[in-house]
Design a protein around this ligand. Structure first.
Ligand SMILES: Cc1ncc(C[n+]2csc(CCOP(=O)(O)OP(=O)(O)O)c2C)c(N)n1
Ligand SMILES: [Mg+2]
Length: 359
């Protein structure tokens, strides 16, 4: 039996899931619903021209961020790429600060200067939100190095896309993660596509899957489907245990699907590089929220009525976030250089002179 087939079996009885209270299970469901509703609204306000810039939606992948982040404690860290709304809300960032950031408002999490790709919450151990494909992967190794250097038990979840695994920076990060025994977990969110092309057309890999490349670095790996939040939790927990007990890295490849285009400007995602039928089949057969709702109803943990209340509460929360964002002020013109570079804010030599290395 392959890892993928094993993973298709239910993980409801795994200790990490069996120990969840009914309230905690509903919490996982609520978080996925909140993320989806948030993003559906961002798409509609984008289309109305109320926000601009980039917008990469996570719809269809919610179980990955929610499942993995639900396992983390106070000394664990998260870092991801530009498709970051789901991770940000999963770590507990508020919809207000996330929505205001999309509007470019001073009340946004990055004071309106980052936008969709640059959500940040250091107080929640959430280190972004990065626009350069694989740019977050050496940083993920760095966060893990900091834990080890400071002798703090912990793990780092570094999320990346399937397209990112071909970047040189990722391989350099893997080399050091293995060489220095770093407690970092690279979670490849394999949604089958990068920008305008498929994984099959762009990536050479061993038969076991993308994550099997880990063997070249002596790193443990796993591959599993991500639509079921219980599977996500059970398989990620093994990697977290490895990080804590052995201070060793892991590469996880999680098979998932994005419903929307790469970004909102991707007209070819329906009947271009993929078919409408494929998208519809994924929505019908593999939707993480519908799936978990069915499981929870079967378990007797959730009732249809309560699910409707959760949906309504999420809608209200997003509507209030939109109101908050629309009523918030833009950053002051005078603040244009603040909160952009550490050196400028801290008035270091480099910040004062505008020069880093050279005279
Ligand atoms: C170094 C670099 N090259 C190219 C781009 C343009 N780009 C943005 S996203 C993307 C595709 C990445 O796909 P994947 O890693 O699968 O992530 P997904 O969008 O599917 O979440 C590309 C090529 C970039 N941002 N950075
Ligand atoms: Mg991808």
């Amino acid at each position: 039996m392959t890892n993928m087939e094993q993973a298709e079996e239910s993980h409801a009885a795994d200790p990490i899931n069996a120990s969840l209270s009914a309230e905690e299970k509903i919490g996982l469901y609520r978080d996925m619903v909140r993320i989806r509703r948030f993003e559906q609204t961002t798409l509609s306000i984008y289309q109305k021209g109320k926000i601009g810039g980039f917008l990469h939606l996570y719809i269809g992948q919610e179980s990955l961020a929610v499942g993995a982040v639900s396992l983390l404690g106070d000394t664990d860290h998260v870092i991801t790429a530009y498709r970051d709304h789901g991770h940000a809300l999963a770590v507990g960032m508020s919809m207000n600060e996330c929505m205001a950031e999309l509007y470019g408002k001073a009340t946004g999490c990055s004071k309106g200067k980052g936008g969709s790709m640059h959500y940040f919450a250091p107080d929640k151990n959430f280190w972004g939100g990065h626009g350069i494909v694989a740019g977050q992967t050496p940083l993920g190794a760095g966060l893990a190095f900091a834990l080890k250097y400071r002798k703090v038990p912990g793990a780092v979840l570094c999320f990346l896309g399937d397209g990112a695994i071909n970047q040189g920076a990722f391989h350099e990060a893997l080399n050091l993660a293995s060489l220095w025994d770093l407690p970092v977990i690279y979670v490849i969110e394999n949604n089958g596509y990068s920008m305008g092309t498929s994984q099959l057309r762009s990536t050479a890999h061993p038969q076991g899957g993308l994550a099997q490349r880990a063997e070249g670095y002596g790193i443990a790996w796993d591959i599993f489907p991500g639509a079921d939040v219980y599977t996500m939790r059970a398989c990620t927990q093994k990697a977290i245990d490895r990080a804590y007990k052995k201070s060793r890295p892991t590469i996880l490849e999680v098979v998932t699907y994005r419903y929307q285009g790469h970004s909102v400007a991707d007209s070819k995602h329906k009947d271009g590089y993929r078919t409408k039928e494929e998208i519809e089949a994924q929505k019908t057969l593999n939707d993480p929220i519908a799936r978990f709702k069915k499981i929870l109803i079967e378990e007797g943990v959730l009732a249809e009525e309560q699910s409707k209340e959760i949906q309504a509460a999420a809608k209200l929360e997003v509507d209030l976030a939109v109101k908050f964002a629309e009523e918030s002020p833009f950053p002051e013109e005078a603040a244009i250089t603040e909160d952009v570079y550490y050196e400028v804010d801290e008035k270091t030599e480099a910040g004062r002179t505008g020069r880093h290395f050279f005279n």
